[in-house]
Design a binder for this molecule. Structure first.
Ligand code: BTN
Length: 335
């Protein structure tokens, strides 16, 4: 642990009291000038620390930013987020940055995270709105021991992990819309973008990008998307800790990922079906050059969607966008 981290830890474990610069300098074996310099740096990073002559320092509040030291503090994972966290105040896209790191050999579990993105990527060449400090924009690097055709299952895994996270932290009735949308009351609150590089029969690296609207204001959402998108703040009026959400997401992700590495994807498929907003619904899916229509009966072992069409046949949909979804009896729309 470097001196800055030691000072931060010391202050965090001595809250609700004044501590003199003298005491800190003795405990950390650094000069009082160094203490003052490190405290200034912490303040610049968004920590609220009061200073007064004769009294010393008073630690009031942690930073609201997604700083690596905050994410790592009491992070209950074995690997994900424990080694490298690459943090940006602003970047083009965390998926792009994660790809660059992966190409240079970054280890599995590396996390790239940003306060804002200028070229946030969504599925199918769409863009992902990334207003500063209002959301979570992050990408994980995995070196998954799977074959390339199992990659869609990693997207399902990420969808299950973020849904579990939101259920645990917020208690809100979030659901998954195949393949990668997370909905709250029928509106999109999060999305996942998985990109990979493969060898002939194995994945070299896979980048799992997550965008979650936490405190996104309605002003930040273009008018044409307001009926389709939401954030935790817009839906509840509450501010949720982004650091806690990232920590829990890494924990849930690791839990399911290790399970998949050892036992396969069955547990994830089962949980995905429980959390799915479309199980049993009549849907239409726009695929590359075809529109599929039918009742959702299952998710296949490779992550594709299984529909029962009007003739009673089972159709397999590998990828696409759900353009219509209604409940069997009520005719109630989900979006
Ligand atoms: C979608 O629903 O279309 C997927 C959206 C994924 C957005 C995230 S934000 C972090 C990561 N970096 C990107 O450029 N995209 C993903």
């Amino acid at each position: 642990m470097n001196t800055a981290d030691k000072l931060l830890l010391f202050l965090k474990t001595h809250t609700e009291q004044w501590i003199s610069g003298e005491v800190i300098s003795q405990r950390l074996q650094i000069s009082r000038t160094a203490v003052s310099k490190h405290v200034q740096n912490l303040k610049q990073k968004g920590y609220t620390i009061e200073s007064a002559t004769k009294k010393g320092y008073y630690f009031k509040q942690v930073s609201h930013l997604l700083l690596p030291e905050e994410i790592r503090y009491r992070l209950a994972t074995e690997n994900l987020g424990q080694k490298e966290i690459s943090y940006f105040t602003e970047t083009d896209s965390t998926n792009t940055q994660a790809t660059l790191l992966a190409m240079r050999g970054a280890a599995e579990g590396t996390l790239v995270i940003a306060e804002s993105q200028t070229k946030g990527k969504g599925r199918k060449g769409r863009s992902w709105l990334s207003p500063s400090v209002q959301g979570i924009y992050c990408s994980l690097i995995l070196r998954a021991p799977f074959s390339p055709n199992q990659a869609p299952l990693i997207t399902l895994l990420a969808a299950v992990a973020i849904t579990e996270t939101l259920l645990e932290v917020t208690g809100l009735p979030v659901q998954i819309k195949w393949p990668n949308d997370i909905l709250l009351n029928g509106k999109k609150i999060a999305g996942i973008l998985t990109e990979m590089s493969t060898e002939v029969d194995r994945i070299d690296y896979i980048i799992v990008g997550l965008g979650l609207n936490v405190a996104t204001s309605s002003a930040a959402i273009p008018a044409e998307f307001r009926s389709k998108a939401t954030s935790l703040l817009l839906s509840t009026g509450k501010i949720f800790s982004r650091v806690l959400l990232v920590q829990k997401y890494l924990q849930w992700f690791e839990h399911y990922y290790y399970d998949a590495c050892q036992q396969g994807f069955e547990k994830i498929r089962t949980r995905w079906k429980e959390l799915s907003a479309i199980t049993g619904m009549y849907i239409k899916v726009e695929a590359f050059n075809h529109v599929y229509a039918g009742y959702v009966i299952d998710i296949d072992t490779d992550g594709s969607l299984l529909l029962r069409n009007g003739s009673g046949d089972t159709e397999k949909v590998l990828s696409g966008d759900i353009i219509h979804a209604v409940r069997r009896n009520t005719g109630k729309n989900i979006q």
